[in-house]
Design a protein around this ligand. Structure first.
Ligand SMILES: [Zn+2]
Length: 269
C-alpha cells in the first residue's frame, strides 16, 4: 500500500504541472481515406422506418443522426489514438514534429492495466480532460479486461507492450507470440486493432522490434523519461519530464508496477 501511495502522488503533481506547460494532443493522425469500420468491424447502425407518419419519420431521422454522430465520434477517437499514420509504419519514433511547432506533447503509460493504480490514473486524466496512450502488457490486460475497455471508452489510445514484458533475446517465433497474442487480446477486449508498439525496457535488438517492423507496427519510444520506476521524490519526477519537454515530445510514465511480473523488482520500464 505504501508503495502505491508513493507512486500515485507524483502523477498527480506531474499532470497538474504539465497542464500549465502543454496542451496534450496525440499526434498520430490517420489518413482520411482509411475506413476504421473495416478495420475493427463496426458498422453504422441501420434503422428501418416502419411508420410513414411524418412526425415519426422525423423522430427516427433525428435519432439516426444522433446515433451516427455518436458512432462517428467513437470511430474518430479510435482512429486518432490507436492507429499510426502510414508514414510511421515499420519506423522507430522518438518524437514527432508537430505542424507549426504547436505545443503538444503525448503522455504514455506503460505496463498496465493494474486494478488500483490504472483506475486512479484514468480518474486523474478524466478530471483534467487529458488523453493519453496506454501501452498494455498482455497478461495484465487478461487479468483486468474491464480496465482495457475503460481506456478506450474514455477516449485514450491502447497500444502493445508484449505479453510477458521480457527483456531477453527472443527467436522469431517467440517474438511473434509476444506481440501478436497481445494485439489479438487487445482486439478481443476493446475492438481496437492497434499498430502501436513499444518494446519493454526500450530494448531494440532482442528480436521484438524486428518482428514489429516486419508487421509494420510503429515502434514508439520516448523523448523524456520520468524515471518514475525509481520512485523519485515528486519534484524530481516532475523535473525529469519538464527539463526534456518540447513540442512533439513523448513522455514515458507508468500506470503500475511490474511487481507481479518480476517480484524481485518494483518497477520496470
Ligand atoms: Zn514496460
Amino acid at each position: 500500500m505504501e508503495n502505491r501511495k508513493i507512486f500515485v502522488l507524483p502523477h498527480k503533481l506531474l499532470i497538474a504541472l504539465l497542464l500549465f506547460t502543454s496542451t496534450l494532443c496525440l499526434s498520430f493522425v490517420i489518413p482520411k481515406s482509411w475506413n476504421l469500420s473495416q478495420i475493427i468491424g463496426i458498422n453504422k447502425p441501420k434503422i428501418e422506418i416502419i411508420n410513414s407518419n411524418a412526425d415519426n419519420q422525423q423522430r427516427v431521422a433525428e435519432f439516426q443522426t444522433a446515433m451516427e454522430a455518436s458512432l462517428n465520434e467513437q470511430l474518430k477517437q479510435k482512429n486518432l489514438l490507436s492507429v499510426s499514420p502510414t508514414s510511421f509504419n515499420g519506423k522507430i519514433i522518438y518524437e514527432i514534429k508537430p505542424i507549426g511547432n504547436k505545443k503538444v506533447i503525448a503522455l504514455t503509460f506503460d505496463d498496465g492495466p493494474w486494478k488500483n493504480s490504472t483506475r486512479q490514473t484514468l480518474d486523474i486524466l478524466k478530471k483534467n480532460n487529458i488523453k493519453a496512450t496506454f501501452f498494455v502488457v498482455g497478461q495484465a490486460l487478461k487479468n483486468n479486461p474491464e480496465l482495457g475497455k475503460q481506456v478506450i471508452t474514455e477516449g485514450h489510445a491502447i497500444a502493445n507492450h508484449t505479453w510477458h514484458h521480457w527483456y531477453h533475446f527472443m527467436n522469431p517465433q517467440v517474438a511473434a507470440f509476444e506481440i501478436d497474442k497481445t494485439t489479438d487480446l487487445i482486439y478481443q477486449v476493446t475492438g481496437v486493432k492497434t499498430n502501436l508498439f513499444r518494446p519493454p525496457g526500450g530494448h531494440l535488438s532482442n528480436g521484438l522490434v524486428a518482428h514489429a517492423r516486419n508487421k509494420k507496427y510503429a515502434t514508439l519510444m520516448w523523448s523524456a523519461d520520468s524515471r518514475d520506476f525509481q520512485q523519485p521524490a515528486p519534484e524530481t519526477l516532475v523535473n525529469n519530464v519538464i527539463k526534456n519537454a518540447r513540442p512533439g515530445g513523448i513522455i514515458l510514465l507508468h500506470d503500475g508496477g511490474a511487481i507481479a511480473l518480476v517480484p524481485s523488482k518494483l518497477y520496470l520500464r
